[in-house]
Design a protein around this ligand. Structure first.
Ligand code: ADP
Ligand code: MG
Length: 706
């Protein structure tokens, strides 16, 4: 959608304009004038007359044809009629400030739906309802009822919460932070975060994009837009409602349905969006990105005038994706030539408490020119002799001349305040403590990596869709909501998934014959469409070494299952090849997320899964790189890699199964949830040793599978 008329209008009407100061319809007019709008501004009010010296039009229907933007601030029930009139005159865009829609209940919800439909039919860009409005500082537009005019700057901000817009605007005015665009999204009946990303990504006046959202409207579209934008600009977002309480508050707030946090985490990660937890970090990063160059690598140098803070910073660095740079011998020799004998010459470089600005300058220059250093953190502790302001000025001067990012950490508050001001004005991000400084540098590094990431590769998955479809259809016809292991064998075969040799035996003779064909030892598992948790009814016996053991197990498993689950139809037992020695158990599964579609998960299997909750997530479709990363992301990765002489498992084999699972999830929307648990993997191969799939009760949902 083209948002030029919306963001850069030449004609703007304010519907519900008022001559009474304090009324929203007055503030919008005053704000437009205050922003220095150079186009034509037309107040609309049935009473006529003039407002702020501008002649008033009495009806929206009388507005000039092809109007660029209408700002609507009339009572709720007058909004839809006003929009209809605007459609008549072919207005290109509208902002509905008025509240009382989706966020208040059914009646409002229906009205909002009609508004959205009207906008969609007529191709009108619609912001809101229930929003504060929009500002474009580069075009003299303040189509909002906010107090205060922000200055121009490289930061674009959009927010689902109008109240947060107000607060941030006020804060930005106090901190002298400028914006390119400032958008209050409100209920997002039409324009949403995806459209903002699409537009702002191409906006030459925007260098950094910030967003606050409570939910994403169209998951797949968001992923697409965000992934494209983050190759060029940093996108930093807060997604609130991550806790259960927060999610509940969010859903009554703008009527939003908050998706599962794991899905959001995966979405941000896969699309390269930097997620932060609070408003302070949002603007810390915005400042960093707008003034400092991106680091060209992970290696951090630290120059400090005190030991403790230097160690804190080094610790934080090691916990992050950055590394402590090891300085070259030449740099160390240089440092040694001018630093006092008891200074620490290795990174972190401790230049001692009595450091004056000149020593800071020499040390920073030495470390900064070391080719092994990609970014620099300068720490200052306000010991008695330190010259806070002069040191700050030295850092600013060096930063201006450097193509590597420089951050400062001036520890404390009161004493260092004048220094911080100099740094901030000079574009050097300054923090009171090392950890947030490290986090910011890390985020810049991660963004640099994201920009350079190769185009994703989605490998072909060979499969027999008809054969798989037959399995699903059979289950649906029989009214099953679950497909259990013995029925899913066909499905596994259709997707060419590796499985242990498996045969269905209806009696103990057949079981022995199967075991002989497969080769001892074998596993026996209960085969019943109604029993999905086989171990719970004593339905799995492993390590059966001979015919007698197989016979006994068959009898034992089937009689016990029949006794415990009288309702269950028992088809017999699966006889299965034992996983080879040294196999480890992992889980590969997916769950369908409302906003984002299939959410794949990978984790260590076995009896500790529930306790460890060591799981990583990615949204489908997974690329080769996603599959590579997901298996390495869990904490237990080291266990799979092997400890004390163990061989590493065949990671490629696991990744292939993950990619196949991702394909299956997209092929069959009627499968709501699926789990391969366990997948047994050793250094040679991986096999799917158990499957469970849950089907939608009433067929697949129709939404959001773009
Ligand atoms: P369920 O999850 O329904 O109880 P599974 O088929 O997952 O049944 O079996 C339970 C456990 O038995 C697995 O987690 C695994 O530890 C073990 N197991 C299952 N199949 C095999 C096999 N082919 N080789 C070795 N161990 C197996
Ligand atoms: Mg299982």
């Amino acid at each position: 959608m083209d948002l030029q008329a919306f963001f850069e209008p030449r004609t703007v009407a304010v519907i519900g304009a008022s001559d009474k100061p304090g009324k929203i319809g007055h503030t919008v007019v005053a704000n437009m004038l205050g922003a220095g709008f150079a186009g034509r501004l037309i107040p609309v009010n049935p009473k006529g007359g003039t407002i702020e010296g501008l002649p008033v039009t009495t009806s929206a229907g009388d507005l000039p044809k092809g109007l660029d933007l209408a700002v609507i601030a009339v009572p709720r029930d007058a909004v839809l009629p006003a929009l209809r009139e605007l459609v008549e005159i072919r207005a290109k865009s509208a902002i509905v400030i008025t509240a009382g829609f989706k966020e208040v209940g059914k009646e409002g919800f229906l009205l909002e739906r009609d508004m959205a439909a009207l906008a969609a039919e007529s191709g009108m860009a619609l912001l809101g309802p229930n929003c504060l409005g929009m500002m474009n500082t580069g075009h003299g537009v303040n189509a909002s009822f906010a107090a205060g005019q922000p200055s121009k700057g490289p930061i674009a901000f959009f927010s689902q919460s109008g109240a947060l817009c107000v607060a941030i605007l006020d804060w930005a005015l106090g901190e002298n932070i400028g914006f390119s665009k400032f958008v209050s999204l409100g209920n997002k009946a039409a324009l949403d975060e995806s459209r903002m990303l699409e537009y702002l990504g191409r906006d030459p006046n925007t260098k950094v994009i910030l967003g606050y959202i409570e939910n994403v409207e169209h998951g797949q579209e968001f992923l697409r837009q965000a992934a494209a934008v983050t190759r060029a600009k940093p996108v930093i977002m807060i997604k609130s409602g991550t806790t259960a309480a927060g999610a509940k508050a969010a859903s009554s707030h703008t009527g939003a349905i908050a998706g599962s946090d794991a899905a959001y985490t995966a979405a941000f990660r896969q699309s390269g969006v930097i997620r932060v937890a609070d408003v302070e970090s949002l603007f810390n990063l915005a400042e960093a990105f707008s003034h400092q160059p991106l680091p060209r690598g992970p290696n951090l140098g630290i120059v400090t005038n005190s030991g403790g803070p230097g160690i804190l910073a080094a610790d934080a660095c090691e916990r992050s994706r950055l590394h402590m740079a090891s300085l070259s011998p030449a740099t160390i020799a240089k440092l040694q030539s001018f630093l006092p004998s008891f200074a620490a010459l290795y990174n972190p470089v401790d230049i001692i408490g009595d450091s004056d600005p000149a020593r800071y300058k020499q040390a920073i220059e030495a470390v900064l020119t070391d080719p092994m250093v990609h970014s620099l953190l300068v720490i200052l502790t306000p010991v008695a002799s330190v010259e806070v302001e002069a040191t700050a000025q030295v850092i600013v001067d060096l930063s201006r001349r450097s193509d590597k990012p420089i951050f400062a950490c001036f520890m404390g508050k009161k004493q260092v305040a004048p220094g911080r001001r100099i740094l901030q004005e000079g574009g050097v991000p300054c923090y009171a403590f090392p950890e947030p400084a490290i986090r910011s540098i890390e985020s810049m590094y991660v963004h640099a990596l994201n920009r350079a990431r190769p185009e994703p590769v989605y490998p072909e998955v060979v499969r027999d869709l008809e054969r798989a479809r037959a399995v699903i259809d059979r289950a649906v016809t029989r009214g099953l909501t679950e497909i259990v292991e013995f029925e899913a064998q066909e499905m596994l075969a259709a997707y060419d998934l590796p499985t242990p040799k498996t045969m269905l035996a209806r009696g103990s003779d057949e079981a022995v014959a199967a075991a002989e064909a497969i080769g001892y030892p074998v596993v026996l598992k209960i085969a019943s469409p109604q029993i999905s948790h086989k171990s719970d009814v004593g339905g799995v016996k492993v390590g059966l070494a001979d015919a007698a053991a197989v016979r006994a197990a068959f009898f034992d498993i089937t009689t016990r299952a029949q006794r415990l689950r009288r309702d269950a139809y028992i088809a017999g037992c699966l006889v299965q090849e034992m996983a080879p020695k040294g196999s480890r158990e992992v889980i590969i599964g997916f769950k369908r997320d409302e906003q984002f579609g299939p959410l794949l998960m990978f984790g260590l299997g076995g009896i500790y899964v529930e306790i460890l909750k060591d799981i990583a997530f990615r949204l489908a479709p997974l690329s080769r790189a996603d599959a590579f990363e997901i298996v390495r992301e869990i904490r237990s990765y080291m266990l799979l890699k092997g400890v004390r002489g163990e061989q590493p498992v065949n990671f490629k084999a696991i990744e292939d199964i993950i990619l196949t699972m991702s394909r299956l999830a997209l092929d069959f929307p009627e499968v709501y949830e699926a789990e391969f648990n366990p997948v047994l993997v050793n250094h040679e191969r991986a096999v799917v040793a158990d499957v469970r799939m849950t089907l939608h009760l009433n067929g697949p949902e129709t939404h959001s599978q773009e």
